[in-house]
Design a protein around this ligand. Structure first.
Ligand code: GDP
Length: 301
């Protein structure tokens, strides 16, 4: 329900245009595909992904001799779901069955990183897991306090140092603290400045090294937070972070605030990183695990 509600803007726009298209054409032809292409591009699906998708659809229409646009619409939703879930379960978070799971959260300032960490902590808590947060963004003024506010709201401990201190040292301390508390999950915030890729890379490398020295299998997830309302900007950020570190999944925020939810497809297909979480509002409960089937269903109905 929440999922569907959060996608209202995208659905109203996308489903509306799709239904109109199917009604106007009835028969599948070249012009139909051209208009379909435009609709997909206007939903931020991304040119490369749209081209690949149209190619897949044309193939399918040819081999299965599909001429009815209503019938092709079903194929469109199937192909969208396929693009979104390349392997079954690829959107699941890598949570350890035994021992502590360490999640590193990266992303540019303003995308919703702190909010996502807070929501994620809440989600784990409601699952009965114990959570510790590490205030690893020591760079941005107010970042530590903001994380503490979320910590209090959710009811989890936040390990912090002073502003300007070494993030790797904060995260080292957080690991010790989480260990002594036998916490299930440690979520580490990181600084979100992007001015200098070399610095970003160095800082993330150092943090990852400290984590791996303490817990060799960690970090178990490196989640990149992206803002769905920023379109191509989000894609560019993803490319930079992917070069800087091994991103294992994406948390896509503010999907409720855009009619261009097609960005999910562009990210999944062009960057080949699974979208694992989506943000559908500002409240604690407004973070959902990503599910390809539900997403596509939410687009069309
Ligand atoms: P940070 O700088 O990346 O840590 O960003 P914040 O967590 O402070 O979030 C920036 C703004 O985006 C805040 O006003 C959040 O309430 C808002 N925000 C975060 N996630 C979502 C979301 O999924 N939906 C909506 N509508 N707003 C969000």
């Amino acid at each position: 329900e929440k999922f569907k509600q959060g996608l209202t803007k995208t659905r109203d726009s996308f489903a509306g245009k799709m239904n109109d298209l199917v009604k106007r054409y009835r028969k599948v032809d070249e012009e139909f595909f051209e208009e379909l292409e435009e609709i997909l591009i206007s939903a931020d699906v991304g040119v490369v992904t749209v081209m690949d998708l149209i190619e897949m659809l044309k193939d399918e229409a040819r081999t299965k001799n599909i001429q009815d646009t209503e019938e092709l619409k079903t194929v469109i939703s199937e192909k969208l779901a396929e693009l979104l879930e390349k392997e079954e379960g690829d959107a699941d978070l890598n949570i350890q069955k035994d021992g502590m799971t360490i999640i590193l959260v990266v992303g540019v300032n303003g995308v919703g990183k702190t909010t996502t960490i807070g929501k994620l902590a809440h989600k784990f808590k409601t699952e009965g897991k114990s959570v510790v947060l590490a205030a690893g963004d020591t760079f941005r003024a107010g970042a530590i306090e903001q994380l503490e506010v979320w910590g209090e709201r959710v009811g989890v401990d936040v390990i912090k140092h002073q502003e300007g201190s070494d993030p790797a040292a904060v995260i080292f301390d957080a690991i010790q603290s989480a260990r002594s508390k036998k916490a299930d999950i440690l979520i580490c915030d990181t600084a979100g400045r992007l001015q200098n890729k070399v610095n970003l890379m160095k800082e993330l490398e150092k943090v990852k090294k400290v984590i791996a020295r303490e817990v060799p299998s960690a970090p178990h997830e490196v989640l990149l937070v992206l803002d769905a309302t920023t379109g191509q900007n989000a894609m560019n950020q993803a490319k930079i972070f992917r070069e800087a570190t091994d991103v294992t999944g994406i948390a896509l925020t503010k999907l409720d605030g855009t009619a261009k939810g097609g960005i999910v497809l562009a990210i999944r297909h062009e960057l080949d990183i699974p979208v694992k979480l989506i943000g559908l509002g500002e409240q604690m409960e407004d973070l959902q695990p990503f599910d390809a089937g539900t997403f596509v269903y939410g687009l069309f109905s």
